[in-house]
Design a protein around this ligand. Structure first.
Ligand code: PGA
Length: 244
C-alpha cells in the first residue's frame, strides 16, 4: 500500500528557550507545503507562540479537568488558546514525575475527548534493548493507552517512538533500528484497527540536520520529534525541509 501519510516535524523545546528565541522562530520558521510543523515551547510561552506559520503544542497536560491542582494546565486552557497538540508520556515526564502507563492512558484519553491531538511517546531504556525485549516493552506502553482510549485512539493520535538511550545523547537509532520498531508498532496497531495505516509514527532521539532525511525516508517513519536541534532555527529548518 502506498504511504499517503502527511509528514510531521514537532520541536520539543523542553525547559529551554526564551522570548527572544520564540520571536526568531515566529519571524523565520515556515512550514513546508507537505509538512505539519509543530513547536512545543515551555507552557509560559504557549500564549505568545500562537499566530505563527507553525502549529503549537503543549509539552504536557493535567489528567484533571479543572480545580485545585497547583501548577497544572488543563486541556480547556489549551483549547482556549487554540493549542492543537500535546506531547503526552515523554520519557522525561515518566522519569522525573513518575508518570505511569496508566496515568498516560488517562491523559491521552482526556486530550482526545477535548479535541487536542496527543503526541503519545513510547520507547525503551538501554537495558531493554540489550535484553532484546523492545517489542514487548513498547507493546505494554501502547496497551495501557488503548485500554484507556478504545477505538478513538485511532482517530487523532500521533505516536512518537523515542528510544531513551537515543534522547539527548547524540546516539541516534540507525534508520534500520528505528524502522524495525515503527513497523512493529504499525503492524500491532493494524491488527486492532486498519486505521493504523494512516496513523503517524514519529521518530525521536538525536535527530539532527544531517540524519533527518535518511530517517524520514523509512517506510514507517512519518517525521520526527526533535529536542536539541529544535532550538536552532537553521538546523530545525533543514529538518522540516527534509520531511517535505
Ligand atoms: P533530542 O530529544 O532530539 O534532544 O534527542 C528528543 C526528545 O526528547 O523529544
Amino acid at each position: 500500500m502506498a504511504n499517503t501519510r502527511r509528514k510531521m516535524v514537532a520541536g520539543n523545546w523542553k525547559m529551554n528557550g526564551d522570548t527572544a528565541l520564540l520571536s526568531l522562530f515566529k519571524a523565520q520558521l515556515k512550514s513546508p507545503e507537505n509538512v505539519d510543523v509543530v513547536i512545543c515551547p515551555p507552557a509560559v510561552y504557549l500564549s505568545e507562540s500562537m499566530g505563527a506559520d507553525f502549529a503549537v503544542g503543549s509539552q504536557n497536560i493535567s489528567q484533571h479537568e479543572s480545580g485545585a491542582h497547583t501548577g497544572d494546565i488543563s486541556v480547556a486552557m489549551l483549547n482556549d488558546l487554540g493549542v492543537t497538540y500535546a506531547i503526552i508520556g515523554h520519557s522525561e515526564r515518566r522519569q522525573d514525575h513518575g508518570e505511569s502507563n496508566e496515568l498516560i492512558g488517562e491523559k491521552v484519553n482526556l486530550a482526545l475527548n477535548a479535541g487536542i491531538k496527543p503526541i503519545f511517546c513510547i520507547g525503551e531504556p538501554l537495558e531493554v534493548r540489550e535484553q532484546g525485549t523492545v517489542f514487548a516493552y513498547v507493546q505494554a506502553q501502547i496497551d495501557a493507552v488503548l485500554d484507556a482510549c478504545g477505538e478513538q485512539f485511532f482517530d487523532n493520535s500521533i505516536i512518537a517512538y523515542e528510544p531513551i538511550w537515543a534522547i539527548g545523547t547524540g546516539k541516534t537509532a540507525s534508520p534500520e533500528q528505528a524502522q524495525e520498531v515503527h513497523a512493529f508498532i504499525r503492524e500491532y496497531l493494524s491488527e486492532k484497527n486498519e486505521a493504523a495505516q494512516d496513523l503517524r509514527i514519529l521518530y525521536g532521539g538525536s535527530v539532527n540536520a544531517s540524519n533527518a532525511a535518511e530517517l524520514f525516508a523509512q517506510a514507517d517513519i512519518d517525521g520526527g520529534l526533535i529536542g536539541g536541534a529544535s532550538l536552532k532555527i537553521d538546523d530545525f529548518t533543514v529538518i522540516c525541509q527534509a520531511a517535505n
